[in-house]
Design a protein around this ligand. Structure first.
Ligand code: MTE
Ligand code: HPA
Ligand code: MOS
Length: 774
């Protein structure tokens, strides 16, 4: 029986729910002599450090050392793309930044001693928002541009024009497992680091850099993460370096684990953006020209802000063909935490802008937004503004019409119009929005992966690959892939912990591409092994190797399953015949290229598509609202693992709902994070889930050139949540006159919705007065 396509639960589901699944911080109690680190933080957003006095801390009970820049034998910098991220800074660059780390026998001792370290600082003026950065001209990067057509000329001759702007909020990752690392010296003075990292190879690189040792002296392992969502793509490295530094200095196992509040205050989030736009369109609702300026808040150091901004610039078209499109972007430098990768990686912010624009144009023209949207869809043969052909543009229309039909969109639209006409204080809104998300790392060299597959004489299999498991089900999918690629049962496969000494120089598990890349590398290793085994089986069955079938642990000549022998027997025969029973595998994504100077190329291997219909009910008295029903149709190609994929679609969608509706980050005027706990930062819970969440995966959707015809699924569904924001805007619009453009703040909290309703009512009132006056 084939394993690919079978609905399986996550390989660790039982361990997750019974609590037996091990995470980094579960490992230290079994190591004797583990020491604990605690940060010394400074309550200023920007300040010069004049001096650091550790004397009292050092004489306090249990304290072993206070780590500072003087302890770094290598380079005091953990920046992944640019050396602008000192591990021990000489200048405080965001509120609550750690400037030194106390190491003690217990966590409690390290914690009390940290309060005794005196840091003398001279406070400096701080830049705390995109607007302040713009007036101070404070940037991390130069302006980037992507353009097609002639935007200025097309705007000048457009029948109608609209200008506007949109401020887009950030988002906290709130992975359940906070950042953690545990470092142990090995027998040859190397360090072994357990790290909750999406990118063990980069964690290895940074640990080696800080220690000043070659990379071969560092092994990084990631067993699993308790969620990451991009927050551990580069921001896991610092903690690993600190643990390694302490382990090396004290020659004892060393542990760093951030508390929830430390994690919230020290780590970066989804980038807030400011978008300014000018759009030109026809009276018939065709978008002719669009000019977008994007500014992101990169925070104090560059981190991944440059590729995040690029992905935003790549996604401002979403599913729409706009002949004259120009987008520019720049990363602002502020005294905030360093914002980083977060599910969608800039794509959500880019897409939100075009959906905002479309709704405003639709309201201006007084046409239903879904008609405006579908009237502007890409068609076969169209190219995106960066030059890539939208090869399967038909799929947008196919998903759109299948979803409209299955959700009874038309009938419900009319019903809601009736409802809104009859109800003054309660309104409903219905919206449908599409998603097109480019799959591949936009940093081309990351689009490669390796694997190491080992067969044992009993027919059992160890699979090593470069991807990390963060709950997304990668290991489950890879086990299914390996089982079918070798022709064994699911239970014959064991996925090994991700380690840098098994597969070197791997990429982050990110960009939703981990199954595409690592799965293909595993297939290549399995194919090599199967070819060798087929030659042995061919001898046994006295037939040609091409005739040998491998099927769920049985091996037989094609058409003669009755003659089957066990896979294990063929493996053992191969061993006795001195055939190697392990193989590496490798994959690189073909035909990717992008010319940054020209802003043209083919950055993506393919696109993932989806669409969502959302219905909301809104109270005009309070602005409170509820999701009444959500219908989703999402394209995962031929699903490798339908339960896992459904989980990713549901989870991604709800995480997007949190971003756009409940999750509001609030900082004080001096840059301190005020929403530093789950009590003040409102995550979506079951209470925010719609009572009806109907998720379907697109049928007959095989993707050529991807492992087993599948498609990446990790990030794209997050952007389906834009339908919720658009449904809210539709409901708010119903409080105002036709033609009223709804400006709704992000996140659309009940308070924001209330003020948007007030604005709509006021417009209605003004119109009534002016018509009464006439
Ligand atoms: N799902 C769970 N449960 N936990 C996570 O941390 N991260 C998301 C997505 N789904 C995440 C998740 C992000 S940001 C990405 S890029 C992908 O998973 C990464 O895994 P993949 O490449 O295997 O899809
Ligand atoms: N997605 C996620 N992570 C990345 C990317 C990307 O496109 N490029 C570089 N790191
Ligand atoms: Mo995901 S934001 O690419 O880790």
């Amino acid at each position: 029986m084939k394993q690919v396509g079978v609905a399986r639960s996550h390989e660790s589901a039982r361990a997750h729910v019974t609590g037996s699944a091990k995470y980094v911080d579960d490992l230290w109690p079994s190591l004797t002599g583990t020491v604990h680190l605690w940060p010394v933080t400074v309550p200023h957003a920007h300040a010069k450090i004049l001096g650091l006095d550790s004397e009292r801390a050092l004489s306090s009970k249990g304290v072993l050392t206070v780590l500072t820049g003087a302890d770094v034998p290598g380079i005091n910098d953990v920046g992944p793309t640019r050396r602008d991220e000192p591990l021990f800074p000489s200048e405080v660059c965001f509120h609550g930044q750690a400037v030194a780390w106390v190491v003690a026998e217990t966590e409690a001792e390290a914690r009390s001693a940290a309060a005794l370290v005196v840091v003398n600082v001279e406070p400096l003026p701080a830049i705390l928002s995109i607007r302040e950065a713009l007036s101070a001209q404070s940037f991390h990067t130069a302006t980037e541009r992507i353009a097609s057509g002639d935007v200025e000329a097309a705007l000048a001759r457009a029948e109608l024009r609209l200008d506007g702007q949109l401020e887009i909020n950030g988002q906290e990752h709130f992975y359940l497992e906070t950042q953690a690392a545990l470092a142990v010296l090995d027998e040859s003075e190397g360090v072994f680091v357990h790290s909750s990292t999406q990118h063990p190879a980069e964690t290895q690189e940074i640990v080696a850099r800080v220690l000043g040792v070659p990379r071969h002296a560092v092994v990084v392992q990631c067993l699993r993460m308790g969620g990451a969502f991009g927050g551990k793509e580069v921001q896991a490295n610092a903690w690993a370096a600190l643990a390694a530094l302490a382990a090396k200095k004290l020659r004892r196992p060393a542990r760093v684990r951030l508390t929830r509040q430390q994690d919230l205050r020290l780590t970066g989030k989804r980038h807030p953006f400011l978008a300014r736009f000018r759009v030109g369109f026809t009276r018939g609702g065709k978008l002719q020209a669009l000019d977008i300026e994007l500014f992101s808040d990169g925070g104090w150091c560059l981190d991944l802000s440059a590729p995040v901004l690029f992905r935003a610039m790549f996604h401002v078209d979403n599913c729409y063909a706009i002949e004259h499109l120009r987008v520019s972007g720049q990363v602002c430098r502020t005294h905030n935490v360093s914002h980083t990768a977060f599910r969608g990686f800039g794509g959500p912010q880019g897409m939100l802008v075009i959906e905002e624009v479309l709704d405003r144009v639709a309201r201006t023209l007084q046409v239903p937004p879904h008609l405006l949207r579908e009237g502007n869809f890409y068609r076969r043969g169209d190219c995106a503004h960066y030059g890539q052909e939208i090869r399967d543009a038909d799929r947008i229309g196919r998903i759109w019409s299948e979803l409209k039909a299955s959700s009874q969109f038309g009938a419900r639209w009319r019903e809601i119009e009736r409802y809104n006409a009859e109800n003054r204080h309660d309104k409903r809104g219905l919206a449908i929005t599409p998603v097109k998300f480019g799959i591949s790392f936009t940093t081309a060299f990351f689009n490669q992966a390796g694997a190491l597959v080992m067969l044992y004489r009993d027919g059992s299999v160890q699979v090593n690959h470069g991807g990390t498991e963060m709950g997304q089900g990668l290991h489950t999918k890879i086990a299914q892939i390996a089982a079918d690629a070798l022709g064994v049962t699911f239970d014959a496969i064991r996925i090994m912990p991700t380690r840098t000494d098994k597969v070197p120089n791997t990429s982050a598990s990110a960009a939703s591409a981990s199954t595409d890349l690592n799965g293909a590398a595993v297939v290549s290793a399995c194919n090599t092994l199967q070819r060798r085994l087929a030659a042995i089986a061919a001898l046994h069955f006295q037939t040609a190797a091409e005739n040998i079938q491998f099927d769920a642990g049985h091996v037989y000549p094609a058409g003669q399953p009755a003659r089957a022998v066990a896979f294990a027997e063929i493996v053992d025969r191969a061993y006795l015949a001195r055939v190697p029973l392990f193989s590496s595998g490798y994959y690189r994504t073909p035909n990717l290229h992008f010319d940054r100077a020209k802003g043209k190329g083919k950055p993506f291997h393919y696109y993932a598509y989806g669409a969502a219909v959302c219905e909301v009910g809104v109270s005009g008295f309070t602005g409170q609202y509820a999701l009444r029903r959500v219908d989703i149709l999402h394209d995962v190609g031929d699903s490798l693992s339908p339960l896992i994929d459904r989980g990713q679609v549901e989870g991604g969608f709800i995480q997007g709902v949190g971003w756009l509706t409940t999750e509001e980050l609030v900082w004080s005027s001096d840059g301190a994070l005020l929403t530093s706990g789950a009590s003040t930062y409102k995550l979506p819970t079951l209470g925010e889930c719609p009572p009806e969440l109907r998720v379907a995966l697109l049928a007959r959707a095989a993707e050529p050139g991807v492992v087993f015809g599948s498609k990446a699924v990790g990030e794209p569904p997050l952007m389906l949540a834009i339908s919720v924001r658009e449904a809210l805007r539709a409901a708010v619009a119903a409080f105002g006159p036709s033609g009223h453009v709804v400006e709704l703040a992000t996140p659309a909290t009940p308070e924001a919705v209330f003020w948007a309703i007030e604005a709509a009512r006021q417009k209605q009132g003004e119109l009534r007065q002016s018509s009464a006056a006439q």
